[in-house]
Design a protein around this ligand. Structure first.
Ligand code: NAP
Length: 353
């Protein structure tokens, strides 16, 4: 591909948008055309993200009108939304409506929860407000890239961070018919999972050097995980999910436990996982327990497993802002544009953060 693909980011000053801007700055085919800030149009990107000053020394955040102009001025732009759920759907709908009127054909990857459900009713039951663009739900597919080869829609809904790690660990167990009964999930996330705005209860000073569960068995991601797992594996499974706040800023660690259908040992399960992900460049299956530090700030996910004949445990680590949000979204956008899936995403984790 000779010409850079004009790329638009929504949700400008947020953590995920910052990670998207970082990845786009190093991408061989995407070039930033505009980044929307609802709260700071006209302000310099480097003001919100000083670590990106070298990549975007003079770039300023755009307004909604500026973004709509960009979408209509390019034949086939890439649009990433890192806006909050409840906001993203209406924002995307407006942009797609303007693009349709102008005859341009953007691809959208939405990182919010707004297009993760197939019906507006299912969405409203979880999020307690009406969906912002129900007529567009059928234009989106929700999956992690590793679990779907052929896309039948022009746009993608990223399943989210906890869901990415949980699905990477669970779907092979279900698809290969290794387990029976519910899947019991313990997930630990870093504080950037709660976004940029300090809120009582999720603010980093309360979370660092502490570890605690929250929303046990009632977290809003449970139905999303179950729906994605069913679509990816063909199996309807019960997920019993207990999220935890971990004492770090970035990364997710998930442990999935279930009863085996037939006796199996550790080596056999690890072999099955390796076969399942043999063609997935971002998933590594190791014999040693996966560690958050080995994947933080990268698009890689590490898995391992243990089995004792009756029970299996699969552990997965992934970065919440990268593989679990911006990196996974770029992986999808690469595929939507027919680029190598790995383009711009192969940088290894720094290791010491
Ligand atoms: N954090 C994670 O680990 C993670 C992982 C997976 C998925 N996600 C999802 O990704 C999205 C972004 O998450 P985040 O952590 O980056 O959140 P965040 O840090 O709170 O950022 C969200 C940004 O959205 C923009 N925004 C807020 N209200 C808006 C409105 N009414 N209209 C337009 N824009 C508005 C704001 O930027 P401006 O005012 O500059 O526009 C805000 O900084 C969310 O939907 C979240 O659920 C997050």
């Amino acid at each position: 591909m000779s010409q850079a693909i004009p790329t638009i980011v929504l949700g400008g000053t947020g953590y995920v948008a910052g990670e998207l801007l970082r990845l786009i700055a190093g991408h061989p085919h995407f070039a930033l055309a505009g980044v929307l800030s609802d709260s700071q149009p006209g302000e310099r990107v480097a003001h919100a993200f000083p670590h990106l000053a070298g990549a975007y020394p003079g770039t300023a955040f755009a307004s909604q009108a500026g973004i709509e102009q960009l979408v209509t001025g390019h034949a086939r732009p890439a649009v990433f939304s890192a806006a909050p759920h409840g906001v993203s759907a209406a924002l995307i709908d407006r942009i797609l409506t303007r693009a349709e009127a102008a005859g341009t054909r953007p691809h959208v990857v939405d990182i919010s929860a707004d297009f993760r459900y197939s019906t507006a009713e299912a969405y409203a039951a979880v999020y307690r407000h009406a969906h912002g663009a129900p007529h567009r739900l059928r234009e989106f597919t929700c999956a992690v890239p590793e679990h779907l080869r052929e896309l039948a829609t022009p746009h993608v809904a990223h399943p989210g961070c906890f869901a990415t790690a949980t699905l990477l660990a669970s779907v092979p167990l279900l698809a290969l018919g290794l387990t029976q009964g519910p899947l019991f999930i313990a997930g630990v996330t870093g504080s950037t999972g709660s976004g940029r705005k300090p809120v009582e209860g999720t603010h980093h000073p309360l979370r660092h050097s502490d570890l605690y569960s929250y929303n046990a068995l009632v977290h809003r991601h449970i139905p999303e995980i179950a729906e994605c797992a069913r679509a990816a594996s063909g199996v309807t499974a019960e997920f019993a999910f207990v999220p935890h706040s971990g004492p770090f800023a970035r990364g997710i660690h998930v442990t999935v436990q279930a009863m085996l259908k037939a006796p199996a040992e550790t080596a056999g399960v690890i072999g099955s996982l390796r076969d399942f992900y043999a063609h997935s460049p971002f998933v590594r299956v190791n014999e040693t327990a996966p560690r958050v530090k080995d994947i933080v700030a990268s698009n890689f996910a590490h898995l391992s497993a243990a089995a004792n004949g009756r029970t299996v445990a699969v552990m997965c680590v992934a970065d919440n802002l990268n593989k679990g949000a911006a990196g996974g979204a770029v992986q999808w956008m690469n595929r939507l544009f027919g680029l190598p899936e790995t383009a711009g995403l192969t940088a290894p984790a720094p290791g010491w953060t």
